[in-house]
Design a protein. Structure first.
Length: 191
């Protein structure tokens, strides 16, 4: 909360305009008082007219300033919606700019992976199957379970078939997907 000593910009402008109106009024009053041809009664009328004119001028200026500042703030706070075509144009311009700094093989690879069909397929798979937690779970479970199965098989004299590692990876992958699913259900956030 602002202290009583501080002013907002509108209060400062209003105060400055009121001071300017008072100064103008005093200047006109001094001018009319110093002129010998103005009588006392005429002098009071002229002072009142000058004061009223100065106040009207100050009010007009303050209204203009408030209108300018309010229109300026509306322009700055307005939300501009970006259309899909504008996004696509900016995206293509960015890719072209970046590709200009790449070597020929990098440009070719960039054109392949930034093909709309490849991008859409990659996004769909990345958002459904190949979740980071699923891949991490597969790696960790594959390593741990394969190691345990190998140690147990070696200790008890069993021969391994080769499917143990693949099975451990699948179990870890499923556990990672389940973790993502339940985390999303509980927190409501996808990440």
């Amino acid at each position: 909360m602002a202290s009583p000593e501080t002013f907002t910009p509108k209060q400062e402008k209003t105060e400055q305009l009121s001071e300017a109106a008072n100064e103008r009024s005093e200047a006109l009053k001094a001018k009319y008082e110093s002129s010998p041809e103005v009588s006392g009664e005429r002098n009071a009328e002229a002072i009142n007219e000058a004061r009223n004119a100065a106040q009207h001028e100050a009010q007009a200026i303050s209204k203009d300033k408030i209108t300018e500042s309010s229109s300026f703030s509306k322009e700055n706070t307005a939300v501009r919606r970006v259309t899909k075509s504008e996004k696509n144009i900016a995206y293509k311009e960015t890719l072209d700019h970046i590709r200009n700094e790449m070597s020929a093989p990098e440009k070719t690879f960039s054109k392949i992976i930034h093909n709309p069909a490849v991008e859409n397929a990659s996004d769909a798979i990345g958002n459904t199957l190949l979740r980071p937690n699923a891949i991490l779970g597969a790696g960790i479970c594959g390593f741990v379970l394969s190691g345990l199965v190998y140690i147990l098989a070696r200790h008890f004299g069993y021969v391994l078939s080769g499917f143990e590692t693949i099975g451990a990876l699948l179990v870890g992958f499923i556990l990672g997907l389940l973790y993502d699913f339940f985390k999303t259900m509980i927190t409501g956030k996808k990440n």
